[in-house]
Design a protein around this ligand. Structure first.
Ligand code: SER
Length: 314
């Protein structure tokens, strides 16, 4: 029998590419994409699509029953910068959508959940370099607080109710096929667009702000990888550290300059600087590598070549 998958928040930056990859792997008809609106034509026209509000338990439950869903990927969330502007709604959306899905699994209506966490679970008191899997976690953003609480609840539902929930702490994600929305790491996507269009970019972070980053291809590989891993290999049920590369705005600008020599970057840090300063500079992801065989393919050089190729065709 084939696995039937529901993606909630399928039109977002991760959901868009995840939907295509899951449809290739599991068959188009077995992957139901959903979002609050029909926001992305590729996702909406390439297979089954449903409009769903991630805060409406009954709507999610009836979708799961209608399509006999086995696995849910819950990708709907407010990211760090947007969440600071609307803390109450960010808390409501990020937490209650997770509770809905956890409770549906607890009730036996679905077998497996993927829920994304983030480097935002760490805070200013966390060791900055090679941040360990287990360390001080005092997040100072609404987004980080919601993700850290979510991790605790995932582990709780696994330990107490046997819910098979799996999670990754994504670093900043860089992609060409759909734009990010409202994150602090988004500069590392915008910079490629502006380099091609205007040959210049004004960065909202300072030149030495080093953060962990990952190309979307690797992030999707990790997401599907942890979901397909044998249950006993997924030993951590809060969320796994995950890493590929770390760089500063200055370093990514220098890499782009190798392709576009006229490119110039300037710096005008805004409120997002404080968020970035509270996060790790690099991540130790040895647990993910050991437990379920995670490895990355893209470094800064390979990613930059790929991004610029795809975006210039676009
Ligand atoms: N990329 C996210 C953000 O900047 C972090 O998870 O909000």
């Amino acid at each position: 029998m084939s696995t039937k998958i529901l993606i909630i928040g399928a039109c977002g930056q991760i959901g868009t590419e995840l939907t295509q990859k899951l449809r290739q792997a599991y068959g188009t008809e077995n992957v139901i994409a959903s979002d609050i609106r029909k926001l992305n034509t590729d996702v909406v026209t390439s297979g089954p699509f449903e409009v769903v509000n991630a805060l409406d338990y009954n709507q999610i439950e009836s979708l799961i029953e209608k399509h006999q869903i086995d696995e849910v990927y819950l990708m709907a969330a407010l990211l760090s910068a947007t969440a600071e502007k609307n803390p109450a709604f960010a808390w409501d959306l990020n937490m209650n959508s997770l509770f809905h899905v956890l409770n549906l699994a607890k009730a036996g209506k679905i077998k497996k959940i993927f829920w994304p966490s983030s480097i935002a679970v760490f805070g200013p008191t966390t060791p900055k370099e090679q941040t360990p899997q287990y360390t001080i976690m005092e997040p100072s953003t609404v987004y980080g607080i919601s993700k850290q609480s979510g991790e605790r609840w995932c582990e709780y539902y696994h330990n107490i109710y046997g819910v098979d929930v799996r999670s990754i702490r994504y670093p900043g994600l860089i992609s060409w096929s759909s734009p990010p929305g409202g994150g602090t790491t988004d500069y590392a996507v915008d910079i490629y667009y502006k380099a091609l269009e205007d040959k210049k970019y004004e960065c909202f972070l300072s030149e030495e702000t080093k953060m962990p980053m990952m190309y979307m291809d690797d992030a999707i590989k990790a997401t599907i990888g942890i979901m397909q891993a044998p249950s006993e290999n997924v030993k951590i049920r809060s969320s796994y550290n995950l890493a590929a590369m770390s760089f500063t705005p200055k370093v990514i600008a220098a890499e782009i300059k190798k392709h576009i020599p006229e490119f110039e970057i300037t710096y005008a840090p805004d409120f997002r600087q404080k968020i970035a300063d509270s996060w790790p500079a690099s991540i130790d992801d040895s647990a993910a590598r050991a437990d379920w065989g995670w490895s990355h393919e893209f470094d800064l050089e390979k990613m930059t070549t790929d991004m610029l190729n795809h975006l210039s065709k676009k």
